[in-house]
Write a protein of this length. Structure first.
Length: 370
């Protein structure tokens, strides 16, 4: 944005600018950039701030005065308001702490713009938009390889967990959030990363795939974070064949990450000793005010009769910041027991699973925030 404003200052303004219709999305993009700029300490000069606000109010585009500049201008802003009703949307304060990127890459008629990114030491979240002349489906995402120099080879094959949130904004425009979780490996203070997109994949129908090349370079500083250990505090829950414990919590300006330990005797938890059985424990997170929190849940490998009895799974839960008036958090484990469905596919490894019985909650775990 700073480079953009400098370009405006160097231009000789054509005062014969004609108002043009601007979509609500365009207005929202510019408005968000202005609002966030006002929140940060490095305020822009008053004349530029007023000019930007005027553009929002009047709905003027730059095409008439600066046709060349308008053609190169990347999309400004993002669509965070599109995700607030998504169960996995936890970065409510993303705007206030993210780094402006504003880079557009186009390949095979599809333009991808990385608008913002943030690294909180636990997760890397990248906001982007997709625009195309063709319909890409209901849930297209940018697929590709993500790597940072500081990771070395630690996350080359495992140790990370990725998640996509996407939404169709219009017939040819989509908003996306790519979340890369650092599970087992280094968590450096800063990263110099490359996101090499190789295709646009429709998650609603994976047969819809559009190849291309969209490469982005990101330099991000980790946000301040604090980790609290619960190992010796006895915050745990037990039921027949199941032992769950809260081990630690990492708090950042935009999220909380809760680390858990699970040990499950599968035949005992399933109340039977028949063929193959699997157990997956899910969680709900609430505070003492009654607020229930969205989460990004990393389940680790879960539990099944394939594992030895001493197998320990280490899932984690990432939520948004807890309410400022909350004094305690309650985590409730919900046990799901699965078996292979009776129908057998041609490929035995892809046999579907079905619940053996209704999921059931076990004793909740509670810890104080104050």
């Amino acid at each position: 944005m700073k480079r953009l404003y400098k370009q405006f200052n160097r231009q000789k303004m054509n005062t014969d600018i004609q108002p043009m219709d601007v979509s609500d999305l365009e207005k929202a993009r510019i408005k968000r950039a202005v609002i966030r700029g006002a929140k940060k300490k490095n305020h822009m000069p008053r004349n530029l701030s007023v000019a930007a606000a005027f553009l929002v109010a009047s709905g003027i585009t730059f095409s008439a005065a600066f046709p060349a500049l308008a053609a190169k201008l990347p999309i400004v802003g993002n669509f965070f308001e599109q995700f607030v009703d998504h169960d996995n949307y936890v970065f409510e304060k993303f705007d206030s702490f993210s780094t402006d990127i504003g880079v557009t890459k186009e390949s095979n008629g599809i333009a991808v713009t990385v608008t913002d990114a943030v690294y909180d030491g636990e997760n890397i979240a990248i906001a982007y938009t997709i625009e195309s002349e063709h319909d890409l489906g209901e849930r297209p995402v940018l697929e590709g390889n993500f790597h940072a120099e500081e990771f070395g080879n630690e996350y080359e094959h495992y140790g990370f967990y990725s998640r996509y949130i996407t939404k169709k904004v219009s017939d040819r425009e989509y908003a996306g959030l790519f979340i890369y979780q650092l599970i087992e490996g280094p968590k450096p203070d800063a990263i110099n990363a490359t996101w090499d997109g190789s295709s646009i994949l429709n998650l609603s129908n994976v047969k819809d795939e559009f190849p291309g090349e969209w490469s982005f370079q990101l330099s991000l500083q980790a946000l301040d974070n604090q980790t609290k250990s619960f190992t010796d505090m006895g915050i745990d829950s037990s039921a027949q064949g199941i032992d769950v414990a809260l081990t630690k919590m990492t708090k950042t300006p935009i999220s909380n990450t809760l680390y858990l330990s699970e040990k499950v005797d599968v035949p005992s938890a399933a109340s039977e000793d028949e063929e193959w059985r699997g157990v997956l424990i899910e969680y709900s997170v609430k505070d003492d005010l009654g607020n229930e929190y969205n989460m990004i849940y990393y389940p680790d490998v879960g539990h099944s009769t394939d594992f030895q009895n001493n197998h320990v799974s280490k899932p984690r839960i990432t939520t948004t910041q807890f309410h400022e008036d909350a004094t305690s958090i309650t985590i409730t484990p919900i046990v799901n027991v699965y078996k292979f469905a009776s129908e057998v596919d041609e490929d035995p490894t892809s046999r579907p699973l079905e619940l053996v019985k209704e999921p059931y909650a076990i004793e909740s775990m509670e810890f104080d925030l104050k």
